[in-house]
Design a protein around this ligand. Sequence first.
Ligand SMILES: [Zn+2]
Length: 237
Amino acid sequence: MKYAVGIDIGGTFIKGALVSANGEIVKREKSPTGVEFGVEGIESRIETVFRTLKNSDVIGVGIGVAGMVNFSRGVVVQSPNIPSWKNYEAKDRLKKRLGIEVVIDNDANLAALGEGWKGSGIGLKNFMMITLGTGIGAGIILGGKLWHGDTGRAGEFGHVVVEPNGAECGCGGKGCVERYASADGIRRLAREAGIVADVPELVKMADDGDNKAIRVFEEAGRKLGLALSAWFNIMDV
Ligand SMILES: [Zn+2]
């Protein structure tokens, strides 16, 4: 059977898996990303994860990273987690280094492909997969295929504006849904309400009936709903 290695590059960890052609994960490996060691340092850690996982039937490596990726050229335009990856020619450099075919794309895009293949998108031709984490990302599947858009930036759902003149966002805009409904956004809303807590603690507080914590989640949910309603009305999915 053929295998592939899947690698997720996060700001803290590089997580890899050896996956069979029918989608079974047979081995996992993890390494600190080493963002502080720059391009070379991260590449050597990717190589170590790859070499630990690979077997003789591996035909390629798929890499996901948060941020803007030009899929057809295999170039990371910019990544919020990895400042040294600016116009980083990931595909060419890693193909040479690992000696195997490499594809690289935005992590939420690849998550959407994964959900379509093995997860909650099975059997759906059109859907959007939203990742709610530190930020908010999305991957869009239309007609059974990943939609990259003209410049590879499709699915930047986190930057849909839900509050004109709202909280400033790292993208340069204001009032993006990410500033309200991501983990960072929820923590920010909580701070404004006078609570300094991480999201799991806030969930527990809300479950225990804390009115301030409940209002934080109501606000996050309302903003997420606003952004989603635009998507459903336009896309009819
Ligand atoms: Zn934004």
